[in-house]
Design a protein around this ligand. Structure first.
Ligand code: LHQ
Length: 263
């Protein structure tokens, strides 16, 4: 498939997806969902890929759903947004959160509506200091989707999640970092350098182990401590059988740098 709404590149263990409708602040269309799903499938099938970096082109990261896209414009028949969510945003969030590698989101500008919640679905969010996050849904009579009603309270607590979702205020990147919504806010001109350096780092790390860490942390929010201890036991059993675990310990004992293969 050739892409019209995203850019896709794989190099040295890092897949980079750039949302690429800059004149519409990279807002989502049905076409973009289709292309993203295809790119993510390629990543899942490509054993050389050990990290995904997601970003946007131009001055915005993603303004959520393109409100001019024909599939969401209210017509004569009541619109079934739920059905559209299921094949688009829900599938996207499920794939990203379960992808067996770290997913870095470099938020280069405004992230609104589903664009904000897509960023929060990623494992590490770096944002340019000029970027901002807006739960814009309340302003058009919708609820936060793309996992927002699940992710936000877990990131910032119910008090702040309610305020963000009910008011739709713009949260600047530095405040988002202070509130624990994202990993870090960085100078605008350092964003891509820093994100790419982190991605390059992940591409040399024990990918299988990192995927298991991601799985455990994500499962914790709905597990009891007992269930989580069981899960840690099971996942550690898997981690302990990887080649990279053997290599990590051997390298430590030999006082040399480990050469992880991601297996
Ligand atoms: C846009 C958009 C946009 C189209 C900027 N659509 N063109 C799921 C399923 C089904 C239905 C609905 O929703 C969902 C989930 C959702 O994501 S709902 C939330 C949808 N998003 C929004 O409500 C955000 C709308 N955008 C804005 O509030 C502003 O554009 C923000 C605050 C993001 C940025 O403001 P500015 O920096 O002032 O930029 P701008 O408003 O001038 O936008 C630049 C251009 O981008 C402009 O086009 P134009 O041709 O006039 O230059 C906008 O119309 C276009 N654009 N967002 N979502």
């Amino acid at each position: 498939m050739t892409y019209e709404t995203i850019l896709f590149d794989v190099a040295e263990g890092v897949a980079t997806i750039t949302l690429n409708r800059p004149d519409k602040l990279n807002s989502f269309t049905a076409k973009m969902h289709e292309e993203l799903a295809d790119a993510l499938k390629r990543i899942q099938k490509d054993a050389s890929v050990r990290c995904l970096l997601l970003t946007g082109s131009g001055r915005g990261f993603c303004a959520g759903q393109d409100l001019g896209d024909r599939v969401v414009q209210p017509g004569d028949e009541p619109l079934n947004i739920g059905a559209y969510l299921e094949v688009g945003y829900n599938r996207l969030v499920r794939t990203i959160t379960s992808l067996e590698m770290p997913v870095i989101c470099a938020v280069n500008g405004v992230a609104a509506g589903a664009g904000a919640n897509l960023a929060f679905a990623c494992d590490i969010v770096l944002a340019a200091k000029s970027a901002s996050f807006i739960q814009a849904f309340c302003k058009i009579g919708l609820i936060p989707d793309s996992g927002g009603t699940w992710t936000l309270p877990r990131l910032v607590g119910q008090g702040r999640a309610m305020g963000l979702a009910l008011l739709g205020d713009k949260v600047p990147a530095e405040q988002a970092a202070q509130w624990g919504m994202i990993w870090k806010a960085v100078e605008d001109d350092a964003l891509m350098t820093e994100a790419q350096a982190m991605a390059a780092h992940f591409a040399t790390q024990p990918t299988k182990g990192l995927a298991l860490i991601k799985q455990a942390i994500r499962a914790s929010s709905t597990n009891t401590l007992d269930q989580q201890l069981d899960l840690e036991r099971d996942l550690q059993t898997i981690a302990g059988r990887t080649d990279d675990y053997r290599e990590g310990v051997a390298a430590f004992m030999d006082k040399r740098k480990p050469n992880f293969q991601g297996k």
